[in-house]
Design a protein around this ligand. Structure first.
Ligand SMILES: Nc1ncnc2c1ncn2[C@@H]1O[C@H](COP(=O)(O)OP(=O)(O)OP(=O)(O)O)[C@@H](O)[C@H]1O
Ligand SMILES: [Mg+2]
Length: 391
């Protein structure tokens, strides 16, 4: 009984090695055997529990490693997505119930808005668009959020410098923080639109060129007939007042021919004259000489001062058509004179930049609006009414 008590005590301290010598009275021997069996089982369980503990620790360690691995993968994919979104040149947004929840850097840069402005609860995305586009934007955002599939909308917005930009607004429904929202992409189509318009212009110009060369040819014949007849008639000798009227007809027909010549010049294919080496300063001097009469009489007639200065560096010869270039500079000078009805000064410069020869012309006249600038090279575009041909 004593050793049983000691064994129980030892077990209470975790010692499972204690065994009782079996002997003595039968019941006592039975009890000792039972005690020993129990101790065997406890020792066995102890071993199992240690193994289990070890396995648990091992799993714990790999679990930590797995969690670290997953976290790294998650961070990596987050960085990839962030880089993609932040480096997209087209603004990306998430809008939920009229509030901008997310915006990319390109959005701020395109519209010149600060993060605080956009994060303000009163900020409305549509306020960045031209007035006539605002309802389109608001509507699309709502419909996209409801899951409606709709084609992109072309809208106008003003960039940070206040210039109008043509944007394609694309959107689709997404889940954002457990609620539906709209993901928006704004693609700047300004340049594409401009190129498209330019292409249309070129096609229009080609058609115009073909048409005008046909018309010019017919007009030339008609004016030739009028001029020929009037010159013959005038030789017959009429009274001065009738001859005066005839002179007006002759002058008008001559002016007409001059206009026809310019139309023909414009629509003529430019490959018929071979290029020759020529000096740009000489061409510029020639053009100033050719137009001297015109700007002198103009300034005297209007009683204003017109100053012309030519500053040409020594430049290498260039290849071109002297006649055509003289005409270019003559027209530029005449345009400048027309643009300075109150007088002013005109500067012509030519200089070398690397392998190029540059020419610059500058006047202190009325200048051009953006609209005029856009149509400057369109044939027949003029702001001078009947006195200009726009050629
Ligand atoms: N130096 C300038 N300053 C201001 N506007 C100009 C100048 N040069 C051209 N323009 C504008 O561009 C338009 C087109 O010029 P373009 O020379 O093609 O035709 P035009 O001068 O009107 O007619 P034309 O040359 O037959 O007299 C002009 O009507 C004018 O509005
Ligand atoms: Mg002109």
């Amino acid at each position: 009984m004593r050793t049983l008590a000691d064994g129980t005590e030892a077990l209470s301290y975790g010692d499972t090695s204690y065994r009782i010598p079996v002997g003595g009275a039968r019941e006592l021997a039975e009890l000792a055997r039972a005690f020993n069996r129990m101790m065997d089982r406890v020792a066995e369980k102890d071993c199992e529990s240690v193994a289990f503990q070890n396995e648990l620790e091992r799993l714990n360690a790999t679990l930590e490693e797995q969690v670290r691995e997953r976290t790294r993968a998650l961070e990596e994919s987050e960085v990839q997505y962030r880089t993609l979104v932040e480096h997209s040149p087209d603004p990306i947004l998430i809008v939920q119930n009229e509030t901008v929840k997310f915006f990319s850097k390109a959005f701020q840069e395109t519209f010149g808005v600060t993060a605080e402005e956009v994060e303000d609860p009163n900020f409305r995305l549509e306020s960045l668009f031209a007035e006539d586009c605002q309802s389109v934007v608001a509507n699309r955002l709502k419909l996209w959020q409801r899951g409606k599939v709709m084609s992109p909308a072309m809208v106008t917005a003003y960039d940070s410098a206040g210039r109008p930009r043509e944007l394609e607004l694309r959107g689709s429904r997404i889940d954002y923080l457990g609620q539906s929202a709209t993901e928006c992409l704004l693609v700047d189509m300004t340049e594409t639109q401009r190129l498209r318009e330019e292409l249309e212009d070129t096609q229009r110009l080609r058609a115009l060129g073909e048409l005008s060369s046909g018309v010019a040819h017919d007009f030339n014949n008609l004016l030739g007939a009028i001029l020929g007849r009037i010159q013959l008639l005038r030789k017959r000798g009429f009274s001065p007042d009738i001859d005066g009227e005839m002179a007006v007809i002759e002058k008008a027909a001559q002016d007409g021919r001059e206009t026809v010549r310019r139309i023909q010049e414009f629509s003529r294919t430019r490959t018929d004259r071979p290029f020759e080496p020529l000096s740009l300063p000489e061409i510029i001097d020639d053009a100033v000489e050719i137009t001297r009469g015109r700007w002198k009489t103009e300034s005297e007639r209007r009683n204003v001062k017109l100053k012309i200065a030519v500053e040409c560096d020594k430049v290498p010869a260039i290849l071109g058509s002297a006649t055509e270039l003289r005409e270019v500079f003559t027209n530029l000078i005449l345009n400048a004179v027309d643009a300075m009805p109150q007088g002013g000064s005109l500067k012509l410069r030519c200089f070398r930049r690397g392998s190029e020869v540059h020419a610059e012309i500058e006047d202190t006249g009325v200048g051009m609006t953006e609209e005029i600038r856009r149509h400057l090279f369109d044939p027949f575009f003029t702001t001078k009414g009947n006195s200009g041909t726009g050629l």
